[in-house]
Design a protein around this ligand. Structure first.
Ligand code: ZN
Length: 261
């Protein structure tokens, strides 16, 4: 715990940490992250003035993504880091200077608890939620580099996306995105396409952009690691069976290409 955390009143001692490390000692050359794993809001922020139903929507988190990521981590024996709090409290996949870091509204819904924040309130969320999450990712990647410098880590983030956005239906069941280093994403994309019965997007529904993304540019690209982002459509993740199927599909796709690295 650093000094800022010690002084913060943002999280009670009984609340979960800003980051969860799952299967930390996993032996895979893959590291998984889930930036929008949780819709939890620190107790002191009083649900940001939203209803439980609103927080359960895609604006609050990526429904299903954390469970897929945990199953995938188990199947591949990969370490996984999950953000502990809602993207509406602070979005761990936005640059600190982004207007969407602490959104005042999302998909047309005003977030009462994010209006007119003081510099202290913003800094408190950054220091106690955003930085510990990214520091934990950095620490894990540093430790792996130190212990096994000849075998680079592959870095994969797991997200889910809403089937409809602004009344627009999205055709892809799953998407794989990359920035400048496209090899890993394109290999995963091809392996998923080869499964035959799904519509796979490449850089759809979202490309990776420095202005809107943080995890892949910072932990993947800047370190020169093969990296990619996966987005799974949320209507495929509404049941346990659906979640298990998607985890199995992604594991199968990864196993089909893993030996190439
Ligand atoms: Zn997401």
């Amino acid at each position: 715990m650093n000094d800022n955390q010690a002084l913060s009143t943002l999280l009670l001692p009984t609340e979960p940490a800003a980051v969860e490390l799952f299967n930390q000692q996993g032996k895979s050359n893959l590291v998984l992250v889930c930036d929008h794993a949780s819709n939890r809001v620190p107790v002191c922020l009083d649900k940001l003035g939203l209803s439980d139903d609103q927080l359960a929507e895609h604006i609050g988190w990526d429904p299903g993504a954390a469970t897929v990521a945990r199953l995938l981590a188990k199947a591949l024996d990969a370490p996984l880091l999950l953000s502990g709090y809602s993207r509406l409290v602070i979005d761990c996949n936005r640059p600190i200077e982004s207007n969407e870091l602490i959104p005042e509204q999302s998909a047309g819904i005003v977030i009462p608890g994010n209006q007119n924040l003081s510099a202290y309130e913003r800094a408190d969320r950054i220091q106690n939620l955003f930085i510990p999450y990214h520091d934990a990712i950095d620490a894990l990647l540093d430790a792996r580099l130190l212990s096994n410098p000849k075998h680079p880590t592959l870095f994969l983030s797991i997200h889910s996306f809403t089937p409809f956005l602004f009344n627009q239906q999205r055709p892809w069941h799953i998407g794989v995105s990359h920035k400048s280093d496209a090899r890993f994403a394109k290999d995963l994309y091809r392996a998923l396409v080869q499964q035959g019965d799904i519509i796979v997007g490449l850089n759809e529904p979202y490309p990776i952009e420095d202005a809107f993304d943080y995890s892949i540019p910072t932990h993947g690209e800047a370190r020169g690691l093969p990296c990619a982002m996966i987005e799974i459509r949320q209507d495929g993740l509404t049941t346990e069976t659906g979640i298990e199927r998607w985890a199995a599909r992604i594991a199968r796709a990864y196993r089909a290409i893993d030996l190439a690295y």
